[in-house]
Design a protein around this ligand. Sequence first.
Ligand SMILES: [Cu+2]
Length: 259
Amino acid sequence: MISWYVTQASSYAADVDGLILRIALIVGAFFLAAEFVLIWLIVKFRARPGVKGRYITGEKTSEAKWVNYPHYLVLVFDIIIVAAALRVWSDVKIDLPPAEERVRIIAQQWAWTFVHAGPDGQLDTADDIRTVNVLNLQVNRVYHFELHSKDTLHSFSVPAFRLKQDAVPGRAIVGWFQPTVTGEFDIQCAEICGIGHGLMAARVRIRSASAQAAWMETAPRMRPLASVTPAVAATDAHASLAARAPTLGVSAGQQGGDR
Ligand SMILES: [Cu+2]
């Protein structure tokens, strides 16, 4: 249902949507049941001439069951929701499938710089391609991204991928995505990061393999004008990957932009 409004453009987008839908149905059913009971009670125990109101404390066992049994039901559904959420969380954030390519994402006030491996498929080589505010991907390819921030907290949000990940200064945060459709979609910083936060938007362009190869041939190589060595600290689960992310490229402001 969410896909009516935002395209599902990654391999795990449908899982995230399915989880949200399941939670909405469960919570929605409880909401409707609670409202129905509330209205029924209001009507059934409405004021009537000659009938005295009763004060019911709910302490008798025969009364407490009306509270306890629904409560047990809520707990059971809580467990179902948590189990489903953990499975999706693990797929999206913890169990990374083997990477076919790596891409470096650098956030700063207020732009995104992307470092793509060039035709050799390796980062930190001479044919790397740096772009500003346009992430260029190949459809059906598994990417590991390495997310940095040069100044403050940002959040890399790609609604079509159903992906959101904070960027934290001094850390290289590793995650993954696999684009599943070609096209162009929004990227937006999702963390208030200063007065220009609302302007910190970008685009992701997803191409076929042949179109991506053609783009790589023609994309201008920009010479790194200045390197910044961040204090890279990996998340524990991905220490080895992040250890291979020694330097940040040039800043967005320094390099102009390939769109
Ligand atoms: Cu930001």
